[in-house]
Design a protein around this ligand. Structure first.
Ligand code: UDX
Length: 449
């Protein structure tokens, strides 16, 4: 049973169903369950709808976990863990699921409970306590285990990362629970399944490691991984600024250092900064935890600050090229925090649009997928939503590329240039060819090049 049908829950549930397990996906939201039952994906994620369509009888969807919980071998908690305003994590959804598990489970046949939501250190124990309290209330008692099994999937590649992970981390001291979890993941650990058509196995992919740890280490692994990756991006973004000053190209520098196996090439793309539902939240959460322990994470703190400033770099570059922003029309390419998702949470686009509007610009935006999500989140913002990149460019004095969607590789730049007021491009993801665009008469500015 998988509780919660967000990115983590739905992807995990569908993948486990595909691998041959009987899965029940639970969500309190009847509208979500209704859609999923009709084979409609509730989140935008490549391959998900195909898998949903083909899942057949292996997957059931329900709002009510009580009916099937007593017969479940494993219950995976994958509900939301939003940030509180002080950076702490709101565990109310996780604890509510814990209480429901305690209220509905069969003490003679307790399931192994897995915490997959990203949660602060100690949450596995906290969930254990909540379940115990609920059992006591029923006058029942039993031995059961709450293991920590953090998810490392990226939005936009969630199914790929679930079927073909680098590693699976399981934090538990209970041998029987570990064996059951290992059994659940066996098809992935041994890659014995036929890849779904929509999620092919990459050539050269090697078997993932199973990393077994204490629950606390598993919980810390998740935060350490995300804080490290976020810091790696902020690091290259800081060096992008030096690269600009000394006349180097940060993409060349990143290539030059990334080939060193100790550094690795990933997460060295300089740009407008990191966003999304994980990095900002998890970085704040681990900073909060560390402050509770009186231990300052200075590097992580700096990574957060560099990221905040990085978002404004495109505004500075607009000021340098366009000079006066008030009264100008600026076209924005991309609203999502990264390509292949409609997720706009903590997207750099949010800060850039707000700043442009505050500065008196007229703002036109285009995103292949995330437009409706953005409009719902910011219904009062006076911006012009466009149906294509070319439409966002028309009559604009400058274009700012925020999200590196594939389709921006192949835009009809000559035509676009002719339709623009001034031919200025600020490439917040260093994805376009400055040379080509300059030849077409554009004033092109990337980040750190
Ligand atoms: C991240 C982690 O990668 C994943 O393991 C974890 O489970 C959840 O958080 P996600 O938020 O989906 O995944 O996106 P990711 O691909 O990591 O990108 C995060 C942000 O960093 C995006 O805004 C992206 O544009 C930015 N980024 C990424 C860069 O600016 N440069 C890079 O080199 C890589």
């Amino acid at each position: 049973m998988v509780v919660g049908t967000g990115y983590v829950g739905l992807t995990t549930g569908l993948a486990l169903g595909y691998l041959g397990h009987n899965v029940t996906c639970v969500d309190k939201d009847t509208a979500i369950i209704d859609k999923l039952e009709r084979g409609i994906s509730t989140i935008y994620e490549p391959g998900l709808e195909e898998l949903l369509r083909d899942s057949g009888d292996m997957i059931k969807f329900t709002e009510n976990m009580h009916e099937r919980l007593p017969s479940a071998d494993i219950v995976i908690i994958a509900v939301g863990t939003p940030s509180k305003s002080n950076g702490d994590t709101d565990l109310s959804f996780v604890e509510a699921v814990g209480r429901e598990i305690g209220a509905a489970m069969n003490p003679a046949r307790p399931p192994v409970i897995i915490n997959k939501s990203t949660v602060p250190i100690g949450t596995a124990r906290r969930v254990e306590t909540v379940i115990k309290e609920e059992l006591e209330r029923r006058g029942a008692a039993c031995n059961f285990c709450v293991a920590s099994n953090p998810e490392f999937l990226r939005e936009g590649a969630a199914l790929n990362d679930t079927f073909y992970p680098d590693r699976i981390v399981v934090g538990t001291e209970d041998v029987a629970a570990l064996n059951l979890i290992r059994q659940m993941y066996a098809p992935i650990l041994e890659q014995t399944f036929t890849p779904p058509q929509a999620v092919p196995r990459a050539e050269g992919y090697s078997l993932p490691a199973l990393v077994t740890t204490s629950p606390t280490s598993a919980e810390l692994i998740k935060y350490t991984a995300n804080a490290f990756l976020a810091t790696k991006i902020s690091f290259i973004n800081e060096f992008a600024t030096i690269a600009e000053k000394v006349g180097a190209d940060i993409t060349e520098v990143a290539k030059g250092i990334g080939l060193d196996k100790r550094i690795g090439p990933g997460f060295l793309k300089a740009g407008v900064g990191w966003g999304g539902s994980c990095f900002p939240k998890d970085v704040r959460s681990i900073l909060f935890t560390s402050s509770q322990y009186n231990c300052e994470l200075k590097l992580v703190q700096a990574a957060l600050e560099v990221n905040r400033l990085q978002r404004m770099k495109v505004i500075e570059k607009l000021q340098q090229t366009l000079k006066v922003i008030r009264g100008s029309t600026v076209g924005l390419l991309g609203l999502a925090f990264k390509p292949n998702t409609d997720d706009i949470r903590e997207s750099p686009a949010i800060d850039v649009i707000k700043e442009l509007l505050d500065m008196g610009a007229r703002v036109k935006v285009y995103d292949p997928i995330a437009r409706d999500k953005y409009r719902q989140a910011y219904p009062d913002q006076e911006i012009l939503y466009c149906d294509s990149a070319a439409q966002a460019a028309r009559d604009s004095d400058a274009l700012v590329l925020i999200t590196d969607w594939d389709e921006f590789w192949h835009l009809p730049w000559e035509e676009i240039g002719e339709s623009m007021g001034k031919k200025i491009i600020i490439d917040g993801r260093n994805m376009l060819s400055g040379e080509e665009l300059r030849q077409l008469g554009f004033t092109y500015t990337g980040i750190g090049r």
